[in-house]
Design a protein around this ligand. Structure first.
Ligand code: AMP
Length: 257
């Protein structure tokens, strides 16, 4: 993770895309910038991870991906990992209490002070309410909820056969040999196997779609078509994250309604 007093921008997707003109020169976190808290919302396979990587490189704030955190627990063989493994494999959700506890301890880490990019949480309305309370406790608020909208049929197609880098978690289409960033051999995620893909989408429709209304009430949602090229979607995501309205003060109470 880079950031802090670093003056040069790292090479990354955003540089290749020549995005600074769209970005409009918002100072990067750690350069005395006000904090920037973004929430990426979308179904599994909608491209949240790809966009989160771009935003992390651009703003130098951490990417908090609850799915990655759970997979790290599983890989480390912790008690939580052992509990979570069959749940992830079946495409179901880990309990709200556990997830809220994980996110609470992560967001209170010092690297989240200048802001963060939340990905994969909240996935239920109780999680969204708990996150409101947590943000209030931390004296923070979300600047923007970025919704990557992709039709269900396309999600099913994208997830089945998708490959992932076990080291950096970047995802690739079927047939890709190695990670373009670190050269690792790609693998298929257990929950991208056909038997888990449909349950993941079903639980998303049932439990996670209502979360969007929770944020729409606060006027925080930017809806972006997640079907274009990565470059085009990145431009739109960055514009949403950098829009003057993204920094407009809004009372937390409206988000909590
Ligand atoms: P993701 O990488 O975001 O697709 O998450 C992979 C899996 O981790 C999900 O299918 C769930 O089993 C679990 N998971 C991740 N985040 C949450 C959450 N906020 N609430 C419940 N389960 C979660």
């Amino acid at each position: 993770m880079w950031g802090g007093g670093r003056r040069s921008r790292p090479e990354g997707l955003s540089e290749k895309l020549h995005l600074p003109t769209v970005w409009g020169g918002r100072p990067k976190a750690g350069w005395g910038a006000p904090d920037l808290n973004l929430l990426l919302y979308g179904a599994p396979g909608s491209g949240k991870g790809t966009q989160a990587n771009m935003l992390r490189e651009k703003f130098g704030i951490p990417h908090i991906a609850t799915g990655d955190m759970l997979r790290a627990e599983i890989a480390a063989g912790t008690d939580l990992g052992k509990q979570a493994q069959p749940i992830l494999a079946a495409g179901k959700y880990v309990s709200d209490d556990i997830m809220i506890g994980i996110v609470r301890s992560r967001l209170t880490q010092p690297d989240c002070k200048p802001g963060f990019i939340m990905d994969g949480f909240p996935r239920t309305v109780p999680q969204a309410r708990a996150l409101d309370d947590l943000m209030t406790d931390l004296g923070k608020r979300f600047d923007r909820v970025i919704y990557l909208k992709v039709p269900i049929e396309e999600l099913l197609e994208r997830l089945s056969g998708r490959l992932v880098c076990p080291r950096c978690q970047r995802t690739y289409p079927p047939g890709t040999a190695a990670c373009a960033v670190d050269g690792s051999e790609l693998v298929q995620r257990e929950d991208d196997k056909p038997e888990a893909v449909r349950p993941r989408i079903e639980i998303y429709l049932e439990k996670t779609v209502p979360v969007l209304d929770h944020y729409r009430v606060g006027g925080l949602v930017s809806e972006i078509d997640g079907r274009g090229t990565i470059e085009e979607i990145s431009r739109q995501v960055l514009a949403a994250a950098s829009a003057p309205g993204a920094r407009r003060p809004h009372p937390q109470a409206r988000v909590k309604a």
